[in-house]
Each structure stands twice: as C-alpha cells, then as structure tokens.
Design a protein. Structure first.
Length: 93
C-alpha cells in the first residue's frame, strides 16, 4: 500500500479500508467507535461491493493462475488481460 497506492489517493480525500490499514488516518478511513449508523451501513455496502468485485475477478482466474506468455511483451499482455477482466467485472456490476 505505501509503495503503490498511498500516493494515488488525492490530498484531502480518504479511502475506506479495514483494520489492516490502520496507521494512515490521512489516507484511509477505518472503522471506529464514533462511526454513525449511516457510516456503518455505508462501510458494509462498500465492503460487499468490493467482495463482489473480487469474486468476479476470480471467475477469470486472473488472480490465481500464472499468466502464460513469453517474450518482451509479456508484461504488456498481462496488463491488457488484467485490464480486460477488470472492465468486464465493472460492467457486470
């Protein structure tokens, strides 16, 4: 997170994360005892949507199987395959 995603969250905005992301209050909002009932429901919806999205990606085996390609364009092909799976998963939601 600190190497790849933290700097992509715009200043003044925060993402929602689970307890594994504690320690970054300026970037990640985690559950706390002061959350309103509305925030708790919102967090539950966000988590459910994220889990659905992950399940859809797993249908493509893009996160589980080793990408089968060789040569100089291997990384570009893998990126294209992953992006295609992400777009389809987003579209289905």
């Amino acid at each position: 997170f600190t190497k790849a995603l933290k700097d992509k969250i715009p200043d003044g905005q925060r993402a929602i994360g689970d307890e594994g992301y504690r320690g970054y209050p300026e970037k990640i909002r985690t559950r706390n005892k002061y959350d309103t009932p509305e925030m708790k429901r919102f967090r539950e919806r966000v988590k459910a949507r994220h889990e659905t999205f992950n399940w859809k990606l797993k249908q493509f085996s893009i996160l589980k199987e080793r990408f089968q390609s060789e040569g100089e364009t291997r990384l570009e092909k893998h990126k294209a395959a992953f992006e295609a799976a992400v777009i389809v998963a987003q579209y289905e939601m």
